[in-house]
Design a protein around this ligand. Structure first.
Ligand SMILES: C[S@@+](CC[C@H](N)C(=O)[O-])C[C@H]1O[C@@H](n2cnc3c(N)ncnc32)[C@H](O)[C@@H]1O
Length: 279
């Protein structure tokens, strides 16, 4: 098999880490995500995945995060048969294949041009109402390309820490302004995690830095009228955490008793102009 050589630096390189994590999870005896597309893509890439410094534990943690965001996306689509899914910073994530959806759903993926070019070559192209937009989420033009005719769920995983704080907040405001109603599903790191990230060798190797930290997710409600925080789930308390091996479960349990540290990474679900209340 001809493998594709990938040479990326900075934030785009980090998409290879999360891809590898999903592939490792998929190959484990009891996957939490079961992302067979990731498992198929990794062997086709010529890249030293040891740079990710991932062990089974971190890989499962990343898979648990993706699983939660998948589940929230599915929940939204259960109650909105005609909807738009806006998958920002999609990287090489096959969420579009994992989250089975009706043909009445429009699916739009956004990432930087160099990332989408690789995605195009490696991932199976979905059928149906699907398109990609090559742009920085901080640019102004791309959002006008997404029709504002339907409830929209915007899901962005592994993006917010890399944005300058003002750009991250502006993105939230622009999404809420653009669509009639919907949800925003994303992960955030707190200021302590921002500092700790400077010590993570894999991140240092890429040259990417964490920039935006969110201490209190509810403060984001003030960014736009009608924006409500429905859920803020700590990564150490995610559903299915019991799938981790027992030493990791114990450590997650210990961390969940430690103020501030337990809030280092959280998954957030916000609703805007919508009567939705999750069951
Ligand atoms: C950690 S990876 C996550 C990728 C994917 N969401 C996943 O979970 O595998 C970070 C992603 O954010 C994208 N990204 C970072 N800054 C961006 C920006 N300003 N506009 C669009 N994408 C961006 C990168 O290109 C990369 O694909």
């Amino acid at each position: 098999m001809d493998r594709e050589k990938i040479t990326l630096h900075g934030v785009p390189e980090t998409m290879l880490f999360t891809l590898y994590a999903r592939a490792l999870d998929s190959r484990s005896p009891a996957p939490v995500l079961g992302d067979t597309e990731a498992a198929a893509v990794v062997p086709r890439i010529d890249y030293d995945f040891r740079r990710a410094g991932l062990g089974p534990l971190t890989a499962t943690g990343i898979a648990l995060r993706a699983r939660q965001l998948d589940d929230w996306t599915r929940e939204f689509l259960l109650t909105h048969r005609e909807a738009t899914v806006l998958h920002l910073a999609c990287g090489l994530d096959a969420r579009v294949h994992r989250v089975t959806h009706l043909s009445t759903v429009r699916w739009v993926e956004v990432d930087l041009p160099e990332v989408l070019a690789i995605r195009e070559r490696l991932l199976t192209r979905p059928t149906g109402d699907y398109r990609t937009l090559a742009a920085s989420v901080t640019d102004d033009a791309w959002l006008a390309e997404v029709p504002a005719d339907r409830p929209t769920v915007a899901v962005f995983e592994g993006l917010t820490p890399y944005l300058p704080p003002e750009e991250g907040k502006r993105l939230v405001r622009r999404l809420v302004d653009r669509f009639p109603s919907g949800q925003l599903l994303f992960d955030v790191y707190n200021p302590v995690a921002l500092k700790a990230a400077r010590l993570v060798p894999a991140l240092r190797r890429t040259g990417a830095t964490f920039r935006w930290g969110v201490g209190d997710p509810r403060e984001l409600e003030a960014l736009a009228p009608g924006l409500r925080c429905l859920d803020a789930v700590r990564s150490v308390e995610l559903p299915r955490i019991e799938r981790l091996a027992w030493p990791a479960r114990l450590s997650a349990r210990a961390i969940s008793l430690m103020p501030v540290v337990r809030d280092m990474e959280r998954l957030l679900r916000f609703a805007f102009r919508s009567a939705d209340r999750p069951a």
